[in-house]
Each structure stands twice: as structure tokens, then as C-alpha cells.
Design a protein around this ligand. Sequence first.
Ligand code: HEC
Length: 201
Amino acid sequence: MNRLLTVSLYAMLFAAGPAPAEQHHEQGDQQGMTRQARQVAGDLIKKLGSALKQALSDSGPEGAISVCRDTAPELAVSLSRETGWKVSRVSLRPRNPLIGQPDAWEQKVLRNFDEAAAAARNTTQLEHTEIVPEPDATYFRYMKALPVKPLCLTCHGTERTIPDPVRARLQQEYPKDRATGYYAGQIRGAVTIKRRLEATN
Ligand code: HEC
């Protein structure tokens, strides 16, 4: 091989410094997984946002309820299928108790998100990532906060912001609804992603 090429290849290979220690390797993995998870969560948020806006303008808030009811879980399921990870949405005050109920780890992260919002910290990029050992396996876990925007108040706000027909429809479809009474800037919930890494021996 041409010497110059060999030298530049070596330069490229070792530009990052000496061979990374195991710990560095794990940190690198976590960073890489965080980037991927952020992308998947962003994808879900973007698709949901545009489906919601479309439905609101096509069929009004009552019609848009079905976007949240059907499209949101469908999108999450198809992303789970594509990635092999568990992707869903959770909240400390879920509307749909069957899908939206957070586990203990998610509750802790959601409470931290609430504290950040209460302290008026910037919530637009609020996320949390952690390697979590569980009884059956070790998991990579990621959560991205979903701040309440003015658009959300039509279905998650107060009596003043939720139109009567929407409230009636919500009461009918979600008799256990806890997801009203929010103000813009609070945290409505989060996209949560769980990826199995390796079984615990
Ligand atoms: C047109 C009405 C409507 C609007 C607007 C709306 N939602 Fe929802 N939202 C719902 C419904 C209905 C559900 C229950 C979905 C289900 O059955 O899984 C829901 C569920 C959720 C959940 C899942 C957890 C839970 O409570 O069950 C999150 C998180 C959420 N909404 C966040 C938002 C955010 C953030 C916005 C604004 C960007 C928003 N929603 C706007 C109607 C709406």
C-alpha cells in the first residue's frame, strides 16, 4: 500500500485517541442509543402533531378525538414494530388508563419533568435517558417530555378551553379521564421508549 495512504489511514483510525476503555464503549453506546431514541420519539411527535392539526381543520375538535384515540396508539405500535423497542405515551394523569399508565421508573421521571416545568426551565428539549437493571434484563430507557401547547387545551385544558361537545364526547369515551385541567407550559406526559439490552443471569 502507498505509504501516504497508510499513514492517513492510521491517522484516521487513531484520531480519536487510544483504544477506548470498556466504560467509554458503554457510554458511547448509550449516546448512540439516545440519539436513535430521540429520533424515534421526534418522529412520533411530528407525525402525531400533523395528524392532529389536519384532523382539527378537517373535522373539528370532536373529530380529532379519534386521531388521539386511534392514530396515536397505532403510530406508537408501528414504530415499536419497526424498531423492536417498546414505544408509547404515558402520563401521571392518564386519559386512557389502559395504555397511558406509567410504571414506577416512568413516574419518577415524569415527576422530575414536572419539577423542571414548575421551575420554569425550558421544557422543549426535556428528556431523560438511563440504563436500568430490571429483574429479567437490563434495559435502555428514554423519555421525552410533552409540554402542553395552546393546541392541546381544546382537549386537555379547563372548562373554559374545552368546548361542550368535546367534553361530552370525552366523558362518554373516557369515563376515568384524568387528563384535563392543564395549562400551557405544564407537562402533559411523555413519549417513553424501552429497549432490552441483555438478560440478567
Ligand atoms: C382533539 C382532542 C385532543 C387534542 C387536541 C390533544 N389530545 Fe392528547 N389525548 C386525547 C385523547 C382522546 C387521548 C386518549 C388516547 C388513547 O385513548 O390512547 C389523549 C391522550 C394523550 C396522551 C397519552 C396519555 C394519556 O393521557 O392517556 C398524551 C401524552 C397526550 N394526549 C398529549 C397531548 C398533547 C401534548 C397535546 C397537544 C400537542 C394533545 N394531547 C392534544 C385528545 C386530544
